[in-house]
Ligand binder design. Structure first.
Ligand code: NAD
Length: 263
């Protein structure tokens, strides 16, 4: 299937590692012009070098802390300067810290709000105004299965990602007439640094090894294994494609069947 992505200009945030990086690589493989960003220059350069060696493509990169409006504006403006326009925006972010209600103070809530919800709102605001000019665009938010079923000890993620789903659905209603789609991907347990760290945290709490925690996680999944970042990236790439032009306002779980609900 020709996804029609060749030459599309795609910005993927929080993309030096994990799911974001896999998405950036998949876009590069499809012939997109790709921009990546995260807080750490060395990590970004490593990713840029890897993409160069695999796809012979020099990705655009920019240091950006998604919690800071100035960094977001700077990244977006440099991306537009480089490519002239934005066609695809993937709002990914680092996961907020784990914790239960009693452990989370005002600062942690504020920071998670900026990271998970406000960064996507800010980037979407910048991107939509450019996409509307050409009446074409794709916005895809990376959330979590926690929007369908809250996960234990992830109070911040459980609370704020649902806000992002509400934002995305509302935005999809407003921008559909400009041929801009807005969708969400809800990953299940996907083997990245983030999952590894969550397993280490849970292991300490329950006095077992993190390997055992990861094995137990996999047993909960009908596919009987953890997901890979590349499997999340494949779903994102389809939603970003020309072929997915009539899919908007949806949340697609990519979780090996972990969520047991019907819808
Ligand atoms: P990861 O920790 O492997 O990678 C996170 C990326 O975000 C890194 O590139 C990091 O540098 C960047 N980042 C972190 N904070 C940032 C900030 N303030 N500004 C800019 N960049 C920042 O994580 P991942 O597993 O790839 O997860 C990506 C997202 O998907 C997270 O929000 C995570 O909670 C969510 N998610 C992951 C899983 C999973 O099992 N891995 C499941 C559901 C949801």
């Amino acid at each position: 299937m020709d996804l029609g992505l060749k030459g599309k200009k795609a910005l993927v945030t929080a993309s030096s590692k994990g799911i974001g990086r896999a998405i950036a690589e998949e876009f590069a493989a499809e012939g997109c012009d790709v921009g990546i960003c995260s807080r750490n220059k060395e990590d970004l350069l490593e990713t840029v070098n890897d993409i160069k060696s695999k796809y012979n493509y020099d990705a655009f990169w920019c240091v950006c802390d998604l919690n800071k409006l100035k960094d977001i504006e700077n990244t977006f403006n440099h991306f537009i300067k480089e490519f002239g326009q934005i066609d695809i925006l993937v709002n990914n972010c680092g996961g907020p810290p784990p914790g239960s209600f009693s452990e989370l103070d005002e600062d942690k809530w504020q920071s998670a709000f900026e990271q998970v919800l406000l960064s996507a709102v800010r980037l979407s605001r910048l991107a939509v105004s450019d996409m509307m000019k050409r009446e074409w665009g794709r916005i895809i938010n990376i959330t979590s299965i926690s929007v369908k079923q809250p996960l234990s000890n992830l109070m911040l993620s459980n609370s704020l990602r649902s806000g992002l789903i509400g934002f995305a659905k509302s935005l999809s209603n407003e921008v559909g007439k400009y041929n801009i789609t807005v969708n969400n991907i809800a990953p299940g347990f996907t083997l990245t640094n983030r999952l590894y760290e969550l397993a280490v945290t849970r292991a300490k709490q329950s006095n077992v090894s993190h390997e055992d925690i990861l094995t137990e996680m996999a047993k909960e999944i009908p596919m009987n294994r953890l997901g890979s970042p590349e499997e999340i990236a494949a779903a994102v790439t389809f939603l970003a494609s020309v072929k997915a032009g009539y899919i908007t306002g949806v949340t697609l779980q990519v979780d090996g069947g972990l969520i047991k609900g019907l819808l």
